[in-house]
Design a protein around this ligand. Structure first.
Ligand code: GLY
Length: 355
């Protein structure tokens, strides 16, 4: 078992991220040790409930089962979770427990942060993407017709409890979407300013076969490295004023791909990998990096055999990138590599990118 403690200024106390691979039936006790009030509501993904509901042992507890898919992360379901909490008369001392992927964590976290101005929240991420990214750092939210995650809050949980056994039932594509974010951490590692030298690119190169085979120890070590990097960033900049922006590496172009294909054709991780490749190409074009670093990055990315995404018309991509919530009116912001595992923020005009 690995414990990483998160110390964020806005939180009243440090909280742990626990990474374990014990039997799923032993998890309930651990989860409830952080739900110290009288009552709790479990928000759980439909798929996870089907596969692990019995083993988890929350059968006779108050449970809100959320259907799977990004479209469920909406205002209607948010309201339904709150109504359930009101019917149960949850008090501020009680807890909301999220068991599932990013959608469940985001919507339940937002409900927890707003119900009575905030009740205890415990995250149990069950996808690789949620383990390495969305469950860490306190971003919560729901989607609107105007865009994804446009309503939300920064709200830190009481604990994040990761059990790598949940990953065994992820299909290949779902698993690899998480690996897309893993690869991102490899290329931003030094900029994360983590005290420990973790060398994620080496770890990937030496362990990629075991990672793809879902070897429990390799997964535990991989998740631990990624979380240490993310925690290092969010402890220094919880609200994305500055350093946290580096976590958007690959996301400017990646989000445009997702929008262009209506969030249907590619997974988030696949789009982010394409965005990372775009960022490397742009960095070469702007003389920010040596071509050999780009070749090195290509080799690391190839280890996971991601789905290949074609180049879409740059004019269309630029238009979409300009509409991103992180863009300002005249410039498109990119996080680009400038040296091995070091990235910086750059702003380009539409013209810069087209010609
Ligand atoms: N997923 C990016 C962040 O948490 O800031």
């Amino acid at each position: 078992m690995a414990n990483i403690f998160v110390n964020i200024n806005s939180s009243t106390q440090n909280y742990p991220i626990i990474i374990c691979n014990e039997d799923i039936s032993d998890l309930k006790k651990k989860i409830l040790s952080y739900a110290t009030g009288k009552k709790f509501l479990v928000v759980i993904s439909e798929k996870v409930n089907k596969l692990y509901g019995k083993a988890l042992g929350f059968e006779n507890c108050e449970k809100f089962i959320l259907k799977d898919g990004e479209k469920e992360k909406n205002f209607h379901n948010y309201q339904k979770i709150l109504n359930r909490a009101f019917k149960m008369q949850l008090s501020r001392n009680d807890a909301l427990i999220a068991i599932g992927g990013g959608v469940v964590g985001d919507i339940a976290g937002f409900a927890a942060s707003t119900y009575m101005r905030g009740i205890k929240f415990i995250q149990v991420p069950t996808t690789l993407l949620a383990c390495v990214d969305s469950s860490v750092g306190g971003k919560t939210g729901i989607d609107t017709n105007f865009g994804k995650n446009l309503i939300g809050s920064f709200y830190q949980p009481k604990a994040v409890i990761i059990n790598t056994n949940f990953l065994n039932t992820l299909d290949d594509r779902q698993f690899k979407t998480g690996l897309g974010e893993v690869v991102k951490y490899a290329f931003i590692e030094k900029s994360c300013k983590c005290e420990e030298e973790l060398n994620l690119t080496n770890f990937i190169s030496e362990n990629f076969e075991n990672i793809l085979l879902k070897n429990p120890d390799s997964l535990k070590n991989l998740i631990t490295i990624c979380i240490k990097l993310k925690v290092s960033v969010v402890q220094k900049d919880e609200k994305e004023g500055n350093l946290r922006k580096i976590l958007n590496f690959g996301h400017t172009y990646g989000h445009a791909i997702e929008k262009y294909t209506n969030y249907k054709k590619y997974t988030h991780g696949e789009a982010i990998v394409k965005g990372i490749i775009f960022a490397f190409n742009l960095a070469v074009k702007r003389n920010l990096i040596d071509i050999n670093y780009k070749y090195f990055a290509d080799d690391v990315i190839k280890k996971f055999n991601f789905k290949t995404i074609p180049d879409y018309p740059i004019e269309k991509m630029v238009k979409l990138m300009k509409m991103d919530k992180k863009a300002d009116s005249d410039y498109i912001t990119f996080i680009l590599p400038v040296d091995y595992s070091i990235v910086e923020e750059f702003k380009f005009t539409e013209k810069d990118l087209l010609y």
